[in-house]
Ligand binder design. Structure first.
Ligand SMILES: [Ca+2]
Length: 342
């Protein structure tokens, strides 16, 4: 059982919270050594997509969003310089507020926070795995692997990287996000409109659900699933039969935030990495408002990411009470990180 609880949902307004402009969301960056086919004012974005049609449309809409956002703040850059990890800075200490860098009552949709990360550890990862989703279940890391002909669900020892057990998808199926519900794993497929239900202990296929549209990210709250499809809309689903319950549009200061990708449900909030970026947004799922944005680019100083444009950040998992695992497609390592004020 790894469902998270809404431990503190009642938030108050604090005037001292750092302001997050729309340009921060637009300030998508790539790992070092990679090229930027599109150079926008204060924005770097790679428009290469691995989907023939739908993601191209999404990228086009996003570029329009980026241009609009950047045009409002073209004279100021929010880029954060890469820095060496501070591995011992808070090692062994548990934050008073768990995963949150500040008093959690600071979080509110009117004054989104701007955070970054410190890397506190590095874990091994299968460099052949096209990571599409990560979630911890006890001492086992659940990893969904994508690409046609290579998709599977696997249970991994997170400290050694050893694969304990795996189960393949069909050659014409593309694995996407996955989450744990009680003693099962629900795994999405990208465009095949089917979600598989696996036994958590041995990956026996137990059931499958059908749905309409694309599947990208998935996480579980106490009574509902949260699913992304690459747009700015999250869909809530019943974990027992996967039927849609409701949707919420995700916004930052009133502006839609597209390309919501891999998800992680944390303390009643939803973490979503933005596709092809090192940015993670923290969403209040009841309002859709982005309450904080996390610049994860400091991991580039630690993780030897492949130069392939497809090797993007695509794994977010709660690791300990005060840390996350961040992983990506074909990454040889994963980073254990803590959130810190940016
Ligand atoms: Ca996750």
């Amino acid at each position: 059982m790894i469902l998270k609880t809404n431990s503190w949902i009642h938030l108050t307004n604090r005037p001292s919270q750092p302001q997050l402009a729309p340009s921060h969301v637009a300030n998508l960056r790539y790992s070092r050594g990679q090229s930027y086919p599109f150079n926008l004012p204060q924005c770097h974005y790679d428009g290469v997509v691995h989907s023939p049609i739908s993601r191209s449309l999404t990228i086009a809409l996003t570029l329009a969003f980026l241009v609009a956002a950047c045009s409002d703040d073209s004279g100021h850059s929010s880029a954060t310089s890469l820095s060496a990890p501070t591995e011992t800075k808070r090692a062994g200490a548990t934050s008073e507020f768990g995963i949150w860098p500040n008093d959690p009552t600071l979080l509110n949709g009117d004054a989104p926070a701007l955070w970054t990360i410190e890397v506190v550890d590095v874990l091994p990862h299968d460099a052949d795995s096209y990571t599409q989703g990560l979630e911890l279940a006890g001492d086992v890391l659940v990893e969904s692997r994508g690409r046609y002909g290579n998709s599977e669900i696997r249970l991994v020892d997170p400290t050694t990287g050893d694969i304990r057990v795996s189960a393949p998808l069909g050659d014409k199926e593309f694995g996407e996000g996955a989450t744990v519900v009680d003693s099962t794993i629900i795994q999405l497929t990208w465009q095949e409109e089917v979600a598989y239900v696996w036994s958590l202990d041995d990956l026996t296929l137990l059931d499958q659900f059908s749905y309409i549209g694309e599947g990208w990210g998935l996480c579980a709250q106490s009574d509902r699933l949260v699913m992304s499809n690459g747009s700015s809309t999250l869909t809530f689903r019943d974990p027992t039969d996967f039927h849609p319950i409701d949707t919420i549009d995700v916004t930052l200061n009133g502006t839609p935030v597209p390309l919501l990708n891999e998800l992680e449900c944390v303390d009643g909030f939803v973490f979503a990495n933005l596709f092809r970026s090192d940015q993670i947004v923290v969403i209040d799922p009841d309002t859709g408002k982005v309450v904080a944005s996390v610049d994860a680019s400091p991991l580039n100083a630690v993780i030897d990411r492949p130069s392939d444009n497809g090797a993007v950040l695509n794994g977010v998992a709660r690791w300990t009470d005060d840390s996350l695992i961040l992983g990506g497609k074909w990454w040889p390592e994963m980073a254990v990180v803590r959130l810190i004020a940016g």
